[in-house]
Design a protein. Sequence first.
Length: 90
Amino acid sequence: MSRYIDAEKLKKDIFIPLTISYDETVWLLNKTIDDQPTADVRKNIHAKKVIGGGECDGATCWFECSHCHGTVDIEDAYCKHCGAVLEYEK
């Protein structure tokens, strides 16, 4: 599976001794790359789950994401339209 790593950190972590063979160099490079932590590449957007449709027979009709105003379900943790992390607004 693909993953993102911090290229600048990788450059600082690479150290190849001049006395090792080609096969050892390839192994060491692969190990150094594999040991890099996965980078945090997406800034999380936080939004509220707000009542969008009032009430029908005492129940809420629908909820909206406060960021993009897309319709979301009450049990959604993320907006299916913009990807925002949803919190319920009381």
